[in-house]
Design a protein around this ligand. Structure first.
Ligand SMILES: Nc1ncnc2c1ncn2[C@@H]1O[C@H](COP(=O)(O)OP(=O)(O)OP(=O)(O)O)[C@@H](O)[C@H]1O
Ligand SMILES: [Mg+2]
Length: 341
């Protein structure tokens, strides 16, 4: 039997529990502390060359705005039916307003997002153009961000907002995209919860004692300081556990799926569930975090949580742009996966 066929038999015996977990995702209450980003897509049709400079002039057609970075993790939680509270920073600008409005429309509690007038809302604006009846291509991207950390006052304000409500949540999630929200007082406040999931690009040791970390392969390699392959995964798992003092580490490995490593250094590989209809893998890691956290909150093992994270990711990689999925879609996908031969 192929590895995938072997995995399928394991999946089949776990299926009743997995469906049951999915049915209870909407019971979970989650606090996400993260770097909020707005992803903007401006599209236009190419009209002519400018006389001011040798540049294209586009006739604006549409502007799309979607949450990115930690905002995408938050949005994924909401679309999976969870009650989610967002903590983070925006500037006092239209981009911050837009992000807040998208969150509110999705039922996300945004009352604790702090507005810092001294910085812009982190925004990545892609400008894309197309000739008449032709494909759209990105021409340039404009990023708005600040390299300064929030002031001690703002850090304290964020920490207090976390501290005041911590006990009302089933889990705390850190979504660290390196934009400055996750300073020591903020991290300390969140870490006093007993179930903490960390998705951080670097400096994983800052989150020591969290429950579970979900680095992707490059992040895991950066953390341990060497290249990771099939032959040294156990060593990498051990080093990551030593570094983070976590209960488990889930390394997401792109098209190779994911590997879970627990305190006994037992490795469990989960193959990618969809390797053919892959169009855009951006944001898949945020989807993994959302689905796996909800599973843990409603009583799953780490392995069951990882499997549901993997299932959710297999759906969002089919869609362009950072994307989300739903419990309904996940149930259909699980049913189909079990029926496949
Ligand atoms: N090329 C691919 N083919 C199939 N599945 C994929 C592919 N890339 C990602 N996935 C799925 O998405 C999961 C997470 O992907 P990845 O390891 O790339 O996360 P990531 O780099 O943290 O993503 P991001 O930070 O952009 O959200 C994988 O474990 C896998 O299930
Ligand atoms: Mg990631």
């Amino acid at each position: 039997m192929s590895d995938f066929a072997v995995f399928k038999t394991t999946l089949a015996s776990a299926a009743p529990k997995l469906f049951d977990l999915l049915d209870r995702f909407d019971l979970a209450k989650i606090l996400v502390i993260g770097d909020l980003t707005l992803d903007e897509f401006l599209t236009g049709q190419v009209e002519r060359l400018s006389r001011e400079a040798p540049v294209l002039i586009l006739r604006h057609e549409e502007t799309q705005q979607i949450p990115g970075g930690g905002g995408n993790a938050i949005y994924n939680f909401a679309k999976l039916g969870a009650k989610v509270t967002a903590i983070g920073l925006t500037g006092k600008d239209p981009q911050g307003e837009a992000l807040r409005q998208i969150f509110t429309e999705a039922g996300i509690d945004s009352d604790n997002i702090v507005i810092d007038p001294s910085r812009p809302t982190v925004t990545k604006t892609r400008i894309a153009g197309h000739a008449r009846q032709s494909v759209t291509q990105q021409i340039v991207r404009v990023d708005r961000k600040s390299d300064r950390l929030p002031t001690p006052e703002i850090q304290a304000q964020l920490a207090e907002a976390i501290h005041n409500r911590l006990k009302t949540f089933d889990a705390v999630v850190f979504s660290d995209y390196g934009e400055g929200v996750l300073t020591p007082p903020v991290i300390k406040a969140g870490l006093s919860h007993s179930r903490v999931i960390v998705d951080a690009q670097k400096d994983l040791q800052r989150y020591q004692q969290a429950t579970l970390f979900t680095p992707n392969l490059p992040e895991a390699e950066k953390a341990v300081g060497y290249g990771i392959n099939e032959s040294n995964l156990t060593e990498a798992g051990r080093d990551l556990l030593n570094l983070t003092q976590a209960e488990a580490i889930l390394i997401t490995r792109g098209e190779d799926g994911m590997t879970l490593c627990d305190r006994n250094l037992t490795l469990q590989h989960i193959p990618a569930f969809n390797r053919t209809d892959v169009f855009d893998v951006t944001g898949a890691g945020d989807t993994v975090v959302a689905a796996l956290t909800l599973a843990l909150c409603v009583g799953s093992s780490f392995w069951e949580a990882a499997v549901l994270g993997n299932l959710a990711a297999s759906l969002v990689v089919r869609q362009f742009g950072t994307a989300t999925t739903s419990v309904e879609e996940m149930k259909i996908a699980l049913t189909n996966l079990l029926e496949e031969v």
